[in-house]
Design a protein around this ligand. Structure first.
Ligand code: ADP
Length: 627
C-alpha cells in the first residue's frame, strides 16, 4: 500500500507535535474527546431531520479503554464517523485552524506556544503516541476505513472491518523515557483525573471500565472486578440555574477545583447575552492564599468554550486589583482552537473582562453595605491589593476602587469607608484628615492626632505602606482634599487664632534663627497652636511626608539619593517651654542650642523617626539632669 505524504503545513505541525517538549502533553485527551463529542453532535443533528437515524439522545457515548500490555489507549465514539474521502481530507491535512495561521505569521520568532493551552486537535496525539490508527464507519454505510500513521513519514488509508458505526482511535504510546512516563496515560486514576479536569462538562457520557474490589461471598477475601463508569458529570454547575444549586454544591465545587480548604466568602454568578454571550461563576476566597502577595501567584480565570476547558488561567479576564477572584468563564463565542496570543487581542474577551470587572465591583459594594463584617474580613485579606490598584497605572482605576476602601479611624477605631467619613464630618471641616504610622498605637501618640481628636475631628489611620501613596493618587474624594495631620497642622484654625500666631512668630524670629543654627536638619522653626499637651512636633512641608520617606527608604534598592521629606520644627505656643526658650535666648545662647537639639530629637522620636545620633541626645539629657 502506497504511503501518502501529509500536506506541507500539516507536516510542519506534525513535526512540532512529535518533537514536542510541551509539558501539557496531557491535553491530547481533551482534544480527542472534544472531536468525539463533535462527531456525536453531528450525528445527533442529523437524526433530527433524517428519519433513517434511529438513535435517541441517550444512545450516544464516548469510551476510553487502556490496555497496559499492548500499551494502547483507545478512544471510541458512536458518532458520525468518516468516509474514506473525509479521512483523507480531515486527517491528511490539518484543519485550517486559527492557531496554525498564527504560527506561520510568527515563523521567524521563537517557538511560539501554539500547542500552548490551546489544542491543535487530532495531531496533538502524536505528542504521546508513536503510531495511531483510526478505524471509522459512517452511520448507515457498510464500508469501514482505517487511517494509520507513524507520524512524519506519511499515512495510509485502507478498508477494514468494523462492526459498529462511529470512530475508534487507538494510540500506541511512545516508550517511556527518563523525562516522560507515557505509560501514565494508561493509568485509570490518571485518565479519570484528566477527564475530570478538562472534559467534565462534555454533554455525552465518557465511559471507562474501572477496576473495583469487593468481598467474595462467604469469605474474608477480596476479589477485583471491573465496572463501566461514567467519568464526567456532563452538566456544568454554572449552566444550572443558581436557584437549583445548593450552597454545599458551590462550596465543594470551589474547594475541589481551587484546592482551598475553606469555603469561599462569596459566590457570584453572571449570565450575559448581548454583545458577549457568556456565563461566569466566580468565587471570592475567604482568605488570601499563602503565596498571594508574591510573584508566584498566578491570577486568572478558567476559560471554557461551550463546556470544554480551553485555558486554566486566563489572566486577561481579571484586572490585577481583583486578582484574588477565582472562577471560570464559559462562552460559546470563543473558538476552541484559539491561541493564547490571539486571545489577548480578542475583542470578545475584552468585552467579557469588562463585564466581569463591573460585576465584581458591584458585588463587593453590595457586600460592604449588607454584610459588613464579612467584607471587613475580606478587606483584611485583599485590601492591600485594592490600594495598590489605586496607586498603579497613574490612578486610572480610582473611580472603580475608591468606594471599596476601608480605613481604621480615630472615631471608634473601626473601619470606615471614605463615603462614611465624609457623610459624618461637620460642614465646617474642609478636608479629609489622616495620619500615617506603623501601627494604630503609634499613630495615636502623634501630638497632632491628639489635638485633632480634642477638636472632634475624625482622623483616618494609615498603617499600610501603600496607604499614603494611594491617597496622594486619589488627591480628592467628594471634592475634599486629603490632608496629613502632620502637614499643615495649622490648617482649619480661626482667623483670630491665626493672627495671634503670626504675631507670636514674628516677635520670635531672632529666637528661631538662633535655634536653627543648631538644628540644620529642619527647614523652619515656628510656633503652632495645634498642639495640646506636647511641646513640639515635626510638620511636613512638601508633598512628601515623613511617613512616605520612611517607606521609600525601606524599598529594595533604595540608597543615598532618595528624596527627603522637608520638615519644620513646630513649638507649642501655649507650652511653658516657650518662655524658657525666650529666657535662654537672652541669657544663655549656648544652652539654647542644647535645648534646640533636645527638642528636635524629641519631635523626631514622637514622629516615629529614628535618631541619627542617639548618643548626642543621651549626653545632653544627662548633662541637664545633673545641673
Ligand atoms: P478540528 O477538530 O479543530 O477540526 P482536528 O485535527 O482535531 O481539527 O480534526 C480534524 C477533523 O477530523 C475534524 O474537523 C473532524 O471533521 C474529523 N474528526 C476528528 N475526529 C473525529 C471523530 N472522532 N469522528 C468524526 N470525525 C472526526
Amino acid at each position: 500500500m502506497r504511503k501518502k505524504q501529509f500536506k506541507t503545513e500539516s507536516k510542519k505541525l506534525l513535526d512540532m507535535m512529535i518533537n514536542s517538549i510541551y509539558t501539557h502533553k496531557e491535553i491530547f485527551l481533551r482534544e480527542l474527546i472534544s472531536n468525539a463529542s463533535d462527531a456525536l453532535d453531528k450525528l445527533y443533528f442529523r437524526s433530527l431531520t433524517d428519519s433513517t437515524v434511529s438513535l435517541g439522545r441517550s444512545d450516544y457515548s464516548i469510551s476510553i479503554a487502556a490496555d497496559k500490555t499492548a500499551r494502547t489507549l483507545t478512544i471510541t465514539d458512536n458518532g458520525c464517523g468518516m468516509s474514506a474521502d473525509e479521512l483523507e481530507n480531515n486527517l491528511g491535512t490539518i484543519a485550517k485552524s486559527g492557531s496554525f495561521d498564527f504560527k506561520r505569521e510568527n515563523d521567524q520568532g521563537e517557538d511560539v506556544d501554539v500547542i500552548g493551552q490551546f489544542g491543535v486537535g487530532f495531531y496533538s496525539a502524536f505528542m504521546v503516541a508513536e503510531r495511531i490508527t483510526v478505524r471509522t464507519r459512517v452511520y448507515g454505510s457498510d464500508l469501514a476505513c482505517m487511517w494509520e500513521s507513524e507520524g512524519a513519514d506519511g499515512y495510509t488509508v485502507s478498508s477494514c472491518e468494523k462492526p459498529t458505526f462511529g470512530t475508534e482511535i487507538t494510540l500506541y504510546l511512545k516508550a517511556d523515557t527518563e523525562e516522560e512516563k507515557y505509560s501514565d496515560f494508561l493509568d485509570e486514576y490518571r485518565l479519570r483525573g484528566l477527564v475530570k479536569k478538562y472534559s467534565d462538562y462534555i454533554r455525552y457520557p465518557i465511559k471507562m471500565a474501572v477496576t473495583k474490589s469487593r468481598k467474595k461471598e462467604d469469605s474474608e477475601e477480596y476479589e477485583s472486578y471491573t465496572e463501566i463508569e461514567t467519568l464526567n458529570s456532563m452538566v456544568p454547575l454554572w449552566k444550572r440555574p443558581q436557584s437549583e444549586v445548593t450552597e454545599e454544591e458551590y462550596n465543594s465545587f470551589y474547594t475541589e477545583k481551587f484546592f482551598d480548604y475553606q469555603p469561599p466568602a462569596k459566590v457570584i454568578t453572571q449570565k450575559s447575552e448581548g454583545t458577549a454571550t457568556f456565563t461566569a461563576l466566580l468565587f471570592i476566597p475567604s482568605h488570601a492564599p499563602f503565596n498571594y502577595y508574591t510573584k508566584d501567584y498566578e491570577r486568572g480565570l478558567e476559560l471554557y468554550s461551550s463546556g470544554v476547558m480551553i485555558m486554566e488561567r486566563c489572566a486577561d479576564l481579571l484586572p490585577d486589583y481583583f486578582s484574588f477572584v477565582r472562577g471560570l468563564v464559559d462562552s460559546a463565542d470563543l473558538s476552541l482552537n484559539i491561541s493564547r496570543e490571539m486571545l489577548q487581542h480578542d475583542r470578545q474577551l475584552k468585552v467579557i473582562a469588562k463585564a466581569i470587572e463591573k460585576k465584581i465591583k458591584s458585588e463587593l459594594e453590595k457586600m460592604m453595605a449588607n454584610e459588613r463584617e464579612k467584607y471587613e474580613k475580606l478587606f483584611d485579606a485583599f485590601g492591600m491589593q485594592l490600594k495598590y490598584g489605586i496607586y498603579t497605572d497613574y490612578g486610572m482605576h480610582k473611580d472603580t476602587l475608591q468606594d471599596l476602601l476601608l480605613f481604621k479611624s480615630s472615631g471608634e477605631k473601626k473601619y470606615v469607608s471614605l463615603k462614611e467619613y465624609v457623610d459624618s464630618m461637620s460642614s465646617e471641616q474642609s478636608a479629609i484628615y489622616y495620619a500615617a504610622g506603623e501601627s494604630i498605637e503609634k499613630i495615636e501618640m502623634l501630638p497632632q492626632v491628639e489635638s485633632m481628636k480634642k477638636r472632634g475631628i475624625e482622623v483616618l489611620y494609615l498603617t499600610d505602606d501603600v496607604d499614603e501613596f494611594a491617597l496622594k493618587m486619589l488627591g480628592k474624594y467628594a471634592d475634599r482634599e486629603f490632608k496629613n495631620v502632620t502637614a499643615e497642622a495649622a490648617a482649619d484654625i480661626s482667623e483670630d487664632e491665626r493672627k495671634r500666631l503670626d504675631e507670636e512668630n514674628r516677635a520670635a524670629e531672632d529666637l528661631f534663627k538662633a535655634m536653627k543654627d543648631a538644628v540644620s536638619e529642619v527647614s523652619a522653626i515656628r510656633f503652632t497652636s495645634s498642639l495640646t499637651s506636647h511641646a513640639v512636633c515635626l510638620t511636613s512641608e512638601g508633598e512628601l511626608s515623613v511617613e512616605m520617606e520612611k517607606v521609600l527608604k525601606k524599598m529594595p534598592g533604595a540608597d543615598g539619593e532618595l528624596p527627603k521629606a522637608s520638615v519644620a520644627l513646630e513649638i507649642n505656643v501655649d507650652h511653658p517651654i516657650k518662655e524658657k526658650l525666650l529666657t535662654l535666648y537672652k541669657n544663655d545662647p549656648e544652652m539654647l542650642k542644647k535645648y534646640a537639639r533636645i527638642l528636635y530629637s524629641e519631635a523626631c522620636l514622637i514622629s516615629g523617626l529614628s535618631l541619627e545620633n542617639p548618643a548626642e541626645l543621651c549626653e545632653l539629657i544627662s548633662e541637664l539632669l545633673v545641673k
